[in-house]
Design a protein around this ligand. Structure first.
Ligand SMILES: Cc1cc2nc3c(=O)[nH]c(=O)nc-3n(C[C@H](O)[C@H](O)[C@H](O)COP(=O)(O)O)c2cc1C
Length: 67
C-alpha cells in the first residue's frame, strides 16, 4: 500500500501498472471529506490549507464541506 503525494491519476496508474496493490490518501481527505465521491464523479478537489492541518482543533482539519 502506497501513499504520499498521490492524486487520482497517479494512483490509478500505479495500481494498473502493478507497482502497488492500493493507494491510501491522507491530505486530500482532509479538504475533501467526500473524496471517493469526487474521484468517482471527476469533481473538482479542494486544495486545503496546510497551515491549519496541525492546529489542534477542528478548524481547517475536520470542517471542510462536502460538495
Ligand atoms: C495532518 C496530518 C497529520 C499526520 N500525522 C501523522 C502521524 O502522526 N503519524 C504518521 O505516521 N503519519 C502521519 N501523517 C501522514 C499520513 O498518515 C499519511 O501517510 C500521508 O498523509 C499520506 O500521504 P498524502 O497526505 O499525500 O495522501 C499525517 C498526515 C497529515 C496530513
Amino acid at each position: 500500500m502506497a501513499n504520499c503525494g498521490y492524486d487520482f491519476e497517479r494512483a490509478s496508474q500505479a495500481v494498473k501498472n502493478g507497482e502497488v496493490d492500493m493507494v491510501s490518501f491522507g491530505t486530500l481527505f482532509i479538504s475533501n471529506p467526500d473524496l471517493v465521491e469526487r474521484f468517482k464523479t471527476g469533481a473538482e478537489l479542494e486544495t486545503g490549507d496546510k497551515s491549519t492541518f496541525y492546529g489542534g482543533d477542528e478548524k481547517g482539519y475536520t470542517d471542510y464541506p462536502t460538495l
